[in-house]
Design a protein around this ligand. Sequence first.
Ligand SMILES: *[C@@H]1O[C@H](CO)[C@@H](O)[C@H](O)[C@H]1NC(C)=O
Ligand SMILES: *[C@@H]1O[C@H](CO)[C@@H](O)[C@H](O)[C@H]1NC(C)=O
Ligand SMILES: *[C@@H]1O[C@H](CO)[C@@H](O)[C@H](O)[C@H]1NC(C)=O
Length: 424
Amino acid sequence: MALRGKDSVGVVFWVVVVVVLCAATAFHGCSAALFKKKSSGSGIGGGSSVVFKLRGNVYPVGYYYAEVYIGNPPKPYYLDIDSGSDLTWLQCDAPCVSCPQVPHPLYKLTRNALVVCTETMCKSLHSPPAYRCDKPTDQCDYEVEYADNGSSLGILVRDIVPIRYSNGTVLGPRLAFGCGYDQHVSKGDVSPTDGVLGLGNGKSTIASQLRSLGLIQNVIGHCMSARGGGYLFFGNELVPSSGIVWSPLSPTTIDKHYSPGPAELFYGRQSTGVKSLPVIFDSGSSYTYFNRQAYQVFLSLVKKGLAGKPLNVAADKTLSICWKGAKPFRSVLDVKQYFTPVTLSFANKKSQLEIPPENYLIISSLGNVCLGILNGTEIGLENMNLIGDISLQNQLVIYDNEKQRIGWIRADCSRLPKSGTISL
Ligand SMILES: *[C@@H]1O[C@H](CO)[C@@H](O)[C@H](O)[C@H]1NC(C)=O
Ligand SMILES: *[C@@H]1O[C@H](CO)[C@@H](O)[C@H](O)[C@H]1NC(C)=O
Ligand SMILES: *[C@@H]1O[C@H](CO)[C@@H](O)[C@H](O)[C@H]1NC(C)=O
């Protein structure tokens, strides 16, 4: 299905728009105004950042999402944050073929300019292979498919995205994103979100576009609280000056994914003998996935560790493997003593990501404890290992696309960073 027709672009007074927006919301898009004014550093977007509050959790919601205002008048949309993909898109009535019911209005296509196929934005999204562009006025179609087999099909459009920067300035640049008119969510899933906020390292992300406009550095951070919620930022201002474990992004980065290179797997202090694991950080995945080999080894070590412990396998379909105790558990803290931390070690132990039990276990609605590290080979990830939300909780994770590195530090993600520093 093709969607044709050029929309006229209205003259838009974004300043007015933004004032209304910020008055109407206590936090979103305006939160950065609470930050102390800080003198801008030198260079592009020196000291500027943008902060979004996150909602959601790993279980039962299964998503962390940001509320982003788009359009004129601006409307709020809930966008699933996904460091595993680039394109930002929202459900759009163009007309929408299979949009799931969401609490928000569908994005209206009218009065928004189409991105044409000759634009860099279109080319970067499609390369390789090169996108067929017959006439320079042709629309730019897109199709994204995710690892869970969810997908979105639509066209690229450009509209105002009003944002307040940490220095207090409010700007509403016109940014490109996808207007999705044919969505499929993976089976049995009801998405609470209106679309996806792509945080990948390609040229088509919102952060990369803001960078091209000279507004921020292309640095993205997210902090997902284990209690739900958290925050997301673009720009380098909120990056703590010390304590971060940095790892260079792998030059062989699989497609456009954030990978600190191959990892060795440790269980407790013990090496498992599993090495050279290709790992990517993926905030778009609720759970962590190990490949067949790593999963097998991990699972047998977990089972061994549970021998003689008061846990029994439960008939609970929440995740692949769940255990029940003498009485229902209320928190992961009730059971964490029966499990051992897992560590992924990158670049010869120069940087390590510790995954304590609370970062790989959930308590199901039935009060059982379930393993949140799953078998990736089973869902077609082949050799790939994904570090998902469950293992990124209570970590500030920073994707520094300027310096081609990825960093992480334990943090209390339920507290917003103040005055440019993260309170731990
Ligand atoms: C604040 O930051 C924005 C984005 O980087 C920049 O465009 C603007 O000029 C800055 N304003 C001031 C007053 O420094
Ligand atoms: C993981 O999935 C693969 C593919 O379905 C399967 O062959 C393997 O046995 C699974 N591993 C475990 C430990 O269940
Ligand atoms: C996605 O589809 C592929 C191929 O049909 C299948 O092997 C895989 O299990 C599916 N993944 C999920 C998460 O359903």
